[in-house]
Design a protein around this ligand. Structure first.
Ligand SMILES: Cc1cc2nc3c(=O)[nH]c(=O)nc-3n(C[C@H](O)[C@H](O)[C@H](O)COP(=O)(O)O)c2cc1C
Length: 370
């Protein structure tokens, strides 16, 4: 049985979660007043609200350095492991994720910290394993950023060690390409059996291969063309089945709900085009190598603006019924869950709860939280 197999969880057809509440200004690169800050009471209340709404997941973003510019988006971020322990204590039901950069956090430290979070939460810990891509933050650790696919070789060895520490009772030695472990041991074991779920959000072929072999949930950036999105989801699930595993496929989105579609689009323009942190988005995409891969300036600019508007996520922009319809379509093509983020979290979540959740329930995608 996989760590995320359906027997393990109560079944809403479309699971929901929050994304990036541990850093400022959340998943939007905006300067508007009210955007997310790293004020603990505020961050904790967002998690509690997600819990009250019955959300299944709370997923942070691990960032060690921001992207520069006047407001330096993601420059202020809570460490995801310490954050997850505290968020876990403040909530009752959602899975609480931590994110580990495999080249920065030693697997013995990660195994113990996540096992601790699993005990704090009564078995709700999960981990997003990231290979790392943001050179300035990883160079801070005094090591050079490996070539792309090699980073996943390291992540794979890192994950193998993590799983052994979580599941093996006997001490073990490990002599690998990246790690040498002498009489490796960790206790207590996590509460979840066989182990807490492992998430990954790879895009590349090598990354996807890692995800199919080692992770229980994979996050995809959905193709804008519906037919291609169907193939995309099926491909990931098939790849995992090729390794004898069932995998959940999730995606992520930013939400702007208004009385009319035009009003919602105007607000996106306001917070991202007029008051966006554009220098920072150029920096992020340049380091990621995305700008170099784009076929045209127009494509590059559209992608960049989607980063400013919502970290490159799927746009859920429109009326409540349009948003519910799009989430329904995601579920219909095989998406198991969607992480959400808002430019203005508190009013955004309140409106989602009041207007969109009832429509999702009416469509049979979710049942009421209480
Ligand atoms: C939902 C989601 C969450 C992610 N979280 C992080 C994160 O917290 N820290 C990070 O450095 N990268 C994060 N990433 C980036 C991925 O780990 C990955 O590097 C990126 O999608 C590019 O894929 P590739 O590594 O296969 O080229 C995230 C991506 C997605 C889609």
């Amino acid at each position: 049985m996989n760590a995320s197999s359906p027997e393990r969880r109560a079944g809403n057809r479309l699971q929901l979660g929050t994304f990036g509440t541990n850093l400022a200004p959340g998943i939007t690169f905006t300067r508007i007043p009210g955007a997310l800050t790293t004020d603990w009471p505020r961050v904790r209340e967002l998690a509690r609200h997600a819990d009250r709404m019955g959300f299944e997941a709370i997923v942070p973003i691990a960032r060690w350095k921001g992207y520069g510019g006047p407001t330096d988006p993601h420059g202020s971020s809570f460490d995801t492991l310490a954050w997850a322990a505290a968020i876990g204590e403040a909530t009752e039901r959602p899975r609480v994720f931590s994110t580990c950069h495999a080249p920065a956090i030693h697997p013995i430290v990660a195994a113990k910290q996540i096992a601790t979070i699993d005990h704090v939460t009564g078995g709700r810990a999960a981990v997003n394993v990231v290979a790392g891509w943001y050179r300035p933050e990883l160079e801070m650790f005094g090591r050079k950023l490996d070539e792309h696919d090699r980073r996943y070789d390291l992540a794979e060895e890192w994950t193998e060690i993590l799983l052994r520490l979580w599941t093996e009772e006997e001490e073990f030695d490990h002599e690998g390409e990246f790690f040498r472990i002498e009489r490796g041991y960790s206790a207590p074991k996590p509460l979840q059996r066989p182990h807490p779920p492992i998430m990954n959000a790879a895009v590349s072929g090598r990354g996807m291969e890692y995800a199919a072999r080692m992770s229980d949930l994979v996050f995809v950036k959905l193709d804008d063309i519906p037919e291609r999105a169907v193939e995309q989801v099926a491909r990931v699930k098939d790849l995992a089945r090729g390794h004898g595993r069932e995998i959940e496929v999730w995606t992520f989105a930013y939400v702007v709900c208004a009385d009319t579609e035009e009003e919602a689009r105007d607000f996106v323009h306001h917070y991202s085009v007029v008051h966006g942190e554009h220098d920072a988005s150029h920096t992020a995409l340049k380091v990621m190598g995305v700008e170099a891969r784009m076929r045209s300036d127009a494509e590059s600019e559209a992608f960049r603006l989607s980063w400013v508007a919502g970290n490159g996520g799927h746009p859920l922009v429109g009326t409540a019924s349009q948003i519910a319809e799009r989430l329904d379509r995601m579920s219909a093509i095989g998406i198991d869950g969607c992480l959400l983020g808002w430019p203005l979290w508190e009013p955004g979540m309140e409106r989602f709860e009041a207007e969109v959740l009832p429509l999702l329930e009416a469509r049979g995608l979710r049942t009421p939280a209480r």
